[in-house]
Ligand binder design. Structure first.
Ligand SMILES: [Zn+2]
Length: 404
C-alpha cells in the first residue's frame, strides 16, 4: 500500500519535511465527531466525516493498541476525545506525517477488529467510518499483531540500509547553528493541564524563542516543527545533525500527580539518571514514539544508540556547560525546580556530536505554572533569558567551536 510505503521511506525523506508548508484545510476531509458505543464484549468506534476516505487498520502490542491510518484530515471540531468506554481505554489522533493522519486506540483488554466499514450519509448523519472491536484472548491478539506485521512487510519495499548522515566539514566563520525542538505534536499531545496541551505550549514557546534568537542576527536557527505535526524522536535528532547544529534545545512541559509541584528544570544526557524522578521523566518522554503507534520492528536498526557509545566527551561537557548557563540566567526570572539541572537517558538528546539539552518549562498540572505557560509575556521573558544563555555559551566556546 502506498501509505505504508511512504511511512517506510519516511526516514530517508525526513529532512525534506521542514519545507512542507501548512496544508490547506479546504482540500482535506474534516472529522466532525468521534463516538464510542460499548456493549458486553464489543465496542464500536465511529468517526463522522465530511467525506469518504481510505483507511488502514492494524494491531500493535506493548501496549496493546489498534492503529487507524488515514489521509491528512482536518480535526477541527474534535478538541477533546470522547470518554473511553468498553474495550477502549484511550484515544489519540492528529497529523502523523506530512501526508497521513493517525488515530491510536488504546485497548483495555485484548480485542480485534471484527468489522470495519464506511457508511454514506443517512438519517442526518454524515459519512461514517465504523470500526467494531470484539474482545479476544491474549493469544489471538498476538496472532493478529504478527499477521498485520507480515502483511506490512510483504507490501513494503525491500529494506535498505539505514540512512547515513554524513557530516560534511563545517564551513569556517559560519554563524552558530541552533536547532529548537518543540516537543510532541500532532497525534502525540504530550502532557495535559486543565486547559493547555503540552504540544501547544511547546510550539508557542519555541516560535517565540526562535524569533528572538533570529532577531539577534548572530545565529542560524531551525525549528524541528513549526506546526501541529508529529515528528519521531530519532528524526528530531537527525534534523539537528543534518543542520550540523552547534546546539540542540528540546522544549517540553511536564505533568505530575502532585499539583503543588512547580518550576523549570533542565536535563542533559546520561545513561545513569541523577535521580528516580529524572529516570521516570525520561521514560515518559521516550514513550512519545510508542504512544503514537510506531512499530519498532519496522524501523532500521538503532543507529543513535550505537553512535552514542562513541559520543565524544566534549559534547557532553558542552551540554552541561550550557545547562549551567540556563539555570544561572533563569534564576530570578521564574521559579526553578529544586536540583534544577538533572541527568537522564532522553532519546532526543542522543546526537553524539551536537551539544543537547531538554528543558521542562514547568508543570501543566500546577495552576500557576499553567497560567505562565499560556502567557505570551512569560514566554517572552523566559525566551529572553535563554537567548542570554546562548550568547554566553557561544562567546566563551568560540575558540572550541572553530577547532571542531
Ligand atoms: Zn514532553
Amino acid at each position: 500500500m502506498r501509505l505504508m510505503r511512504v511511512f517506510r521511506w519516511f526516514w530517508l525523506f525526513a529532512f525534506s519535511l521542514g519545507s512542507v508548508g501548512a496544508l490547506a484545510a479546504d482540500d482535506v476531509a474534516r472529522v466532525q465527531n468521534i463516538r464510542i458505543g460499548a456493549s458486553e464484549g464489543a465496542t464500536r468506534l465511529v468517526l463522522e466525516m465530511s467525506e469518504r476516505v481510505d483507511f488502514r487498520v492494524f494491531a500493535l502490542d506493548s501496549p496493546r493498541r489498534i492503529v487507524v491510518d488515514l489521509p491528512t484530515l482536518d480535526w477541527p471540531g474534535v478538541d477533546g476525545s470522547p470518554n473511553p468506554d468498553g474495550l477502549i481505554s484511550g484515544l489519540r489522533f492528529g497529523q502523523f506525517t506530512a501526508t497521513q493522519s493517525r488515530l491510536v486506540v488504546d485497548l483495555d483488554k485484548p480485542a480485534i477488529v471484527a468489522r470495519r466499514f464506511v457508511l454514506d450519509p443517512a438519517s442526518g448523519f454524515p459519512h461514517r467510518l465504523v470500526i467494531d472491536l470484539k474482545a479476544t484472548s491474549a493469544k489471538r491478539f498476538a496472532e493478529q499483531v504478527a499477521s498485520d506485521r507480515a502483511t506490512k512487510r510483504a507490501q513494503a519495499p525491500t529494506p535498505s540500509a539505514p540512512p547515513v548522515i554524513s557530516q560534511a566539514p563545517r564551513k569556517p566563520n559560519r554563524k552558530p547553528v541552533v536547532v529548537i525542538d518543540a516537543g510532541h505534536g500532532g497525534v502525540d499531545p504530550g502532557a495535559r493541564g486543565s486547559r493547555a496541551q503540552e504540544k501547544q505550549v511547546t510550539l508557542a514557546f519555541s516560535q517565540e524563542f526562535a524569533r528572538q534568537l533570529r532577531n539577534t542576527g548572530k545565529y542560524e536557527v531551525y525549528l524541528t516543527r513549526s506546526r501541529d505535526i508529529y515528528i519521531p524522536l530519532r528524526q528530531r535528532v537527525n534534523i539537528a545533525r543534518k543542520h550540523q547544529a552547534d546546539l540542540f534545545i528540546s522544549i517540553h512541559a511536564d505533568a505530575i500527580k502532585r499539583k503543588s509541584v512547580r518550576g523549570m528544570s533542565i536535563y542533559t544526557l546520561s545513561e545513569t539518571a541523577s535521580d528516580k524522578e529524572a529516570a521516570a521523566l525520561a521514560r515518559k518522554e521516550n514513550r512519545s514514539d510508542i504512544i503514537v503507534g510506531i512499530d519498532f520492528d519496522d524501523q532500521p536498526p538503532e543507529v543513535a544508540d550505537i553512535l552514542i557509545d562513541l559520543a565524544q566527551r566534549e559534547t557532553k561537557n558542552l551540554s552541561v556547560k550550557f545547562a549551567n548557563l540556563v539555570v544561572k540566567n533563569a534564576r530570578g526570572s521564574t521559579r526553578l525546580l529544586e536540583r534544577t539541572h538533572r541527568f537522564a537517558g532522553f532519546r532526543v538528546l542522543k546526537a553524539p556530536d551536537v551539544p543537547s539539552v531538554l528543558i521542562e518549562l514547568g508543570f501543566l498540572t500546577n495552576r500557576s505554572d499553567e497560567k505562565q505557560l499560556r502567557s505570551a509575556s512569560w514566554r517572552r521573558k523566559i525566551a529572553k533569558s535563554l537567548v542570554k544563555s546562548i550568547d554566553g555559551f557561544f562567546s566563551s566556546s568560540q575558540q572550541a567551536r572553530m577547532t571542531r
